[in-house]
Design a binder for this molecule. Sequence first.
Ligand code: M6R
Length: 612
Amino acid sequence: MCGIVGYIGGRSAWPIIVKGLQRLEYRGYDSAGVAVINDGGLLVRKCKGKVADLVQMVKGQDLSGSVGIGHTRWATHGVPNDVNAHPHTSMNGKFVVVHNGIIENYREIKARLVEKGYSFKSQTDTEVLANLIESFYLNEKLTAEQAVKAALRRVIGAYGLGIICTDEPGILIAARKGSPIAIGVAQGEYFLASDATPIVEYTDQLIYLDDEQVAVLSSDGYTISNLNDVHVDPVITHVDFDADNIDKGGFDHYMLKEIHEQPQSIADTMRGRVQSETHTINLGGIADAMPRLASARRIIVVACGTSFHAGLVGEYLFEQFARIPVEVEYASEFRYRDPIINDDDVIIAISQSGETADTLAAIRMAHEKGALVLGVCNVVGSSIARETDAGIYTHAGPEIGVASTKAFTSQVVVLAMMAFALGRRRGNIDEATYASLIDGLVAIPSLIAQVLDSEPQIREVSRAYQLAQNAIYLGRGYLYPVALEGALKLKEISYVHAEGYPAAEMKHGPIALIDNCMPVFVLATHDKFYDKIVNNIQEVKARRGQVVAIVTKGDCEISKMADYVIEIPECDDALLPLVAVVPLQLISYYVAVMRGCNVDQPRNLAKSVTVE
Ligand code: M6R
């Protein structure tokens, strides 16, 4: 979590840093700060709150200077306040540090520094690191770069760092272990950031640092080496990224924009992979891995949050079409329970950001045990994308809203493409069925567009439940993971307690919660569970619960029992999650707006969870 930005070159650093921090606020937003060096020396400004509060605080101040670093924070050590905000300056003012990650052994380092006479202003691990670097610099008469490396050789934990040194104002130092660092390379100027979004409007040439690499940037050039001073030849990646994509595009919130982007983002996920004329699916990213995947004894999906829910849909898809047993695991549980992994298992890691710490740790463990590890990531060049053996990018475009929406549907599309292609290859799907599934996939963007046309009605349904304190989401089969996802969306942005259940589970406990104040969102489309789900609706109504049913267009039966119905177009059961999730995304969005919640930056959350 946390976003960091840095700049060195011929321009004024402050406006570049502040704009970059605003783009990274999805990574954390409880405090913000900046440090620049100019002719007058070092200027550090930081405060509790958002980047906008920082901008307000420094209004009218001269923050000129062509080298600087900035930070937007998601607190790990120390409450969010002005003092704990980054940047952190070492005791003698030599080093200023912004940090994304956790220094796990900071307590013992701090104790040793206290013995040497160091005192601390904040409760953060980052201030400890700043002082550790300074103690090497002063005591061992090292250069700034050497002092940084000496300190990083002592720390245990994760870091993405931007560091400036007041004695060496012509350089900016970046370092990475565990937390991502991208460096933008341009003529006579360099940018650093936690991801590409603050950089892409200035340059499309990016270097992603690997673990334990340190970059020293100056307006004359840059060097990259590892912690043992071995030079590293950088790989410069060309990023094809449209900076317009990271604006709200006329919508009130990123989340609403991203919900509306789904017809396009899904089309982008399929582009070049699904050929509707020839009814073929071509997954170049996993072509070499396909034989091993097709003969896998078991697929294990590891993911967190919404990506986990996409993985659950994947379980239904792979088992139905590829006939390969699937287990779906929370990455955080998987990595710590010494799971049995065989070398004929295939792990699929799903992650929008590609940086989720638990998912990253899970794939490292699976690698050690000899499994083939595939990635389904959205962020190109992200850690998970780079550490997997092969993978398929979702190509959904930048997702800025903390609540994941278009990433989910694109992940499900990738999993559907994989399951259909595998099923065909393994001889479980005949040609006609395969063609019809591909036609179904290709039609999804237009079906979602139809659901989006119902937005005014969905907004009114949301109005009816804006004051609810609790909600239950029910679904069966392919729509059970959608029920979980609907509940997650509501709780994370509206702060309404919500639970998702397989509909038949309701009578094993949750039914006790139902009274006339309980909204129950039921996914009740014309699939093989229709009659059963009608019974579930009757059970809720018999207990005076409020039912909002997501039904297939033209359904006449459920509208007689439900309080509200929202119609979605018909499609194959296996593709229903893609369509049925959209009204639930919109309901959570409108309930949050009506409750006055900060939709794009919900409390306590961050987009990219780079701490375990
Ligand atoms: O970037 P990832 O897909 O790995 O992120 C996983 C979860 O942190 C993420 O899906 C989270 O649950 C979202 N806030 C859900 O909307």
